[in-house]
Design a protein around this ligand. Structure first.
Ligand code: B1M
Length: 210
């Protein structure tokens, strides 16, 4: 669809205002928000990722694309919700210590909220014990951690250890995700669930509270 290609193209150029306007237009045209997200915004972000890896573009271009991605996602946010306003439970969410990537984490937040969860967003660069202390202080049933770097993946294991050391391992489910994370890694650190994308993370969280 041409408008989705335009969204992808504008995102790659970091044109935040154009991305916002095109997302609004696509919604007005009746294109499902999920499709705008996957075939417009994420399609553009995937190309950015490939170009970054190939050293065709550098951090500043990636940052403006990331900002455009977040702006577009904000437009889609209300349309990704299933409209159920009853709180399903509480989740402490963040990107692990040493890691500043937040686009995936923000999408996961959006999907959790869309399914009716109350999300305490700790942001990025979150120390393991902060995830757990937040869960304790707010009676969260779930701790959800994102990691995008192979160097920060071990922090996911530290979150599991912190839950053990702080005496709440049996009270919280620990969910993990992020591009380099795998089911095998999840098993190796003793986390409760790995999910590949934001939608399946929200579905899994619902399973835990139902
Ligand atoms: Co970074 N970066 N980056 N970066 N960056 C990657 C991750 C990288 C793979 C690029 C590459 O070289 N190919 C590479 C990591 C290599 C590795 O570890 N092996 C990399 C690097 C090296 C770096 C720096 C070290 C670069 C440098 O400074 N030299 C640096 C590190 C900074 C730090 O964190 N300490 C860095 C910086 C940055 C920017 C600041 C420029 C920017 C981040 C902006 C921001 O987030 N606000 C950035 C970006 C944008 C990327 C890429 C291009 C795109 C990531 C992204 O947002 N994807 C990325 C390349 C790539 O991933 N292909 C790359 C879109 C997003 C929707 O996907 O986050 O994977 P993702 O989320 C997915 C799933 O993973 C899942 O759901 C989402 C989809 O629905 N998911 C979960 C995520 N969290 C989940 C949690 C769950 C469940 C599912 O449960 C709790």
């Amino acid at each position: 669809m041409a408008i989705l290609d335009d969204i992808s193209a504008m995102l790659q150029k970091g044109k935040r205002k154009d991305v916002t306007a095109l997302c609004e237009q696509a919604i007005a045209e009746g294109i499902p928000a999920e499709q705008i997200l996957s075939d417009g915004l994420l399609a553009g972000m995937n190309i950015i990722g490939a170009k970054f890896k190939a050293n065709e573009i550098f951090v500043p271009q990636v940052m403006v694309a990331a900002r455009a991605m977040n702006a577009g996602a904000e437009v889609l946010k209300p349309h990704l919700s299933d409209g159920d306003s009853t709180s399903k439970g509480k989740i402490a969410l963040g990107t692990v210590k040493g890691d500043l990537h937040d686009i995936g984490k923000n999408l996961v937040k959006m999907m959790f909220e869309g399914k009716g969860f109350e999300v305490i967003d700790l942001g990025v660069d979150v120390p393991p014990e902060n995830f757990i202390q937040t869960a304790i202080d707010n009676d969260c049933q779930i701790v959800a951690c994102s990691a995008l770097l192979t160097t920060t993946m071990p922090m996911l294991g530290e979150v599991v250890k912190a839950a053990e050391e702080m005496g709440v391992r049996d009270k919280v489910k620990i969910m993990i995700g992020g591009a380099p994370v795998t089911q095998d890694f999840c098993d190796s650190i003793g986390a409760d669930a790995y999910t590949e994308d934001a939608t399946s993370a929200a579905d899994k969280a619902l399973e835990y509270v139902s």
